[in-house]
Design a protein around this ligand. Structure first.
Ligand SMILES: *Cc1c(COP(=O)(O)O)cnc(C)c1O
Length: 376
C-alpha cells in the first residue's frame, strides 16, 4: 500500500525477520507443527505479504479470525491449510467449503450446521473443535465434550484437531495454566488419536507440555513480547518512521498542546512530527507534567512526547539533542530498534498487540526481503 504522493510516514516490514522468527519458534516446538496466526491483517503487517513469507519459511497451517481473512490467505497461498478461529458464520458453510476454509467449531449450533453440509454433500469436510478450558470466550463447555463425541461418532466424523486457548500464558507461573492444561487433557481423552493444540506464542515458550501436535504463535512472529517480565528473544519486524514537520524553540513556562496540560520547566527545543492518534499513535501516549507518555527516536536519541497527542501531530522534546538539530522532512522513529511496540504499549497502558494492530492508513508500507531463508 503506497500513498499517492509517496510522501509521509514509512512503515517498513522485514519479511526476512518474520521468516526467521517463524523458524526460531518452529525449533522451540520441534515435536509439533508450527502454525502461523495471521489474523487482524497479520497483526498490522499485511496479511497477503506476511502469509506468503511465512509459507516460504515453511508454515503450512494458518489461523485467521474471520472468513474474509481466510479468503485473503487462500488468495495469497493457494496451498495453505486455513483455520477460521471465529468458527462457522451462520449460513457460510458453502463459502467455507468452496474456499477450503476449516471452521474452528465452538458450539452445537455450528457443529450441526457443518455436519448438515457434510451430509448434504456426503463429504467429511475438515474442521477443528474448540473447547473452553477457562476463558469463557469461544468454545464448547467441557461438559459438552461427551455429547460432541457421541454426535460425531454416530456419523463417523472426526475433526482435524481439538484445541483450547490459555487465559494466562503471558504469566508462565500463573496456576491457571496448569489447570487449563489438565482440563484440556480430559477433553483429549474424549477424542483419542485427534491432534491437539493449546499454545499461543507464550504457551509455546512456556514448555513442551503445552505443545501437543500444533502450536499457534501470533505476536512472537511479528517481534512482539509474548511473556511478561522476560527479555523478548524475537527479532523486530516492524519499523515506522514519520516525518518531522517543524523544529522550534520554546521558553520556560510556556505550555504545549491541547488542554495546556504540559508546561515547560526549561527553555526547550521541540520537534513537531506528522503523526497522531488518527495514525494509530494512541492519545494515551500523551504526556502531562504529572505523567510521562510515549517516546520517539530522533537522530538515534530516544526523546519524550510532551503534551497531548493530537489527531495528526505530536510534539516531541528534543532539547537533549543539543545542537544536532534534525531538519524538516527527516524521519522520526515511532517503532523500530530504539522504541519497540512494547515500549509504546507500556507507555500507553496497553499491549504490543494493540499497537501493531492499530497501524494503518497514512503512511507508505514497504516490504524488505521475503520469507526465503537459507536452509539450515
Ligand atoms: C490470537 C490467537 C492466538 C495467537 O496468540 P498470540 O498471543 O498472538 O501468540 C492463538 N490462538 C487463538 C485461539 C487466538 O485467538
Amino acid at each position: 500500500m503506497a500513498l499517492q504522493s509517496g510522501l509521509g510516514g514509512q512503515l517498513s516490514i522485514d519479511l526476512g525477520a518474520l521468516a526467521r522468527n517463524w523458524r526460531a519458534l518452529d525449533k522451540v516446538s520441534a515435536g509439533a507443527l508450527t502454525a502461523a496466526v495471521v489474523k487482524a491483517d497479520a497483526y498490522g503487517t499485511g496479511i497477503t505479504m506476511a502469509a506468503k513469507a511465512l509459507f516460504a519459511a515453511g508454515a503450512r497451517f494458518f489461523f485467521v479470525a474471520t472468513p474474509d481473512e481466510g479468503l485473503a490467505v487462500r488468495a495469497a497461498v493457494p496451498e495453505a491449510h486455513i483455520f477460521v478461529l471465529d468458527g462457522l458464520y451462520p449460513g457460510a458453510a458453502n463459502l467455507y467449503v468452496r474456499q477450503n476454509l476449516m471452521p474452528v467449531i465452538s458450539s452445537m449450533a455450528m457443529l450441526e450446521e457443518w455436519l448438515a453440509k457434510c451430509l448434504e454433500r456426503n463429504e467429511a469436510y475438515p474442521s477443528a473443535f474448540h473447547f473452553d478450558t477457562g476463558m469463557n470466550r469461544l468454545g464448547f463447555r467441557l461438559n459438552e465434550a461427551s455429547a460432541v463425541r457421541q454426535r460425531i461418532e454416530a456419523l463417523g466424523y472426526a475433526p482435524q484437531m481439538v484445541m483450547s486457548h490459555l487465559a494466562c500464558a503471558d504469566m508462565p507461573n500463573h496456576e491457571k495454566n496448569r489447570t487449563q492444561l489438565a482440563l484440556f487433557g480430559s477433553v483429549m481423552t474424549q477424542f483419542p488419536g485427534v491432534p491437539a493444540s493449546l499454545a499461543n506464542s507464550a504457551g509455546l515458550m512456556t514448555g513442551r507440555d503445552y505443545h501437543f501436535q500444533m502450536v499457534r504463535p501470533g505476536i512472537a512472529l511479528y517481534g512482539g513480547r509474548a511473556v511478561t517480565g522476560r527479555k523478548n528473544p524475537m527479532a523486530p519486524v516492524v519499523t515506522l518512521h514519520v516525518p518531522i514537520l517543524q523544529v522550534k524553540e520554546a521558553r520556560t513556562g510556556e505550555t504545549v498542546g491541547y488542554g495546556a496540560g504540559y508546561s515547560l520547566s526549561r527553555d526547550s527545543r521541540l520537534a513537531i512530527i506528522g503523526h497522531g492518534y488518527a495514525d494509530g499513535f494512541f492519545r494515551s501516549l500523551s504526556a502531562s507534567n504529572a505523567r510521562p507518555g510515549g517516546k520517539v527516536a530522533i537522530r538515534g536519541v530516544v526523546c519524550p512526547v510532551i503534551g497531548r497527542v493530537s489527531m495528526d501531530l505530536t510534539i516531541v522534546d528534543i532539547t537533549e539533542l543539543g545542537s544536532d538539530l534534525p531538519t524538516p522532512g527527516e524521519g522520526a522513529e515511532v517503532l523500530g530498534n530504539l522504541v519497540s511496540a512494547d515500549d509504546q504499549a507500556d507507555a500507553a497502558g496497553t499491549i504490543g498487540y494493540e499497537i501493531l494492530t492499530a497501524l494503518k492508513g497514512r503512511y507508505n508500507r514497504n516490504y524488505v526481503g521475503d520469507g526465503h531463508l537459507p536452509p539450515d
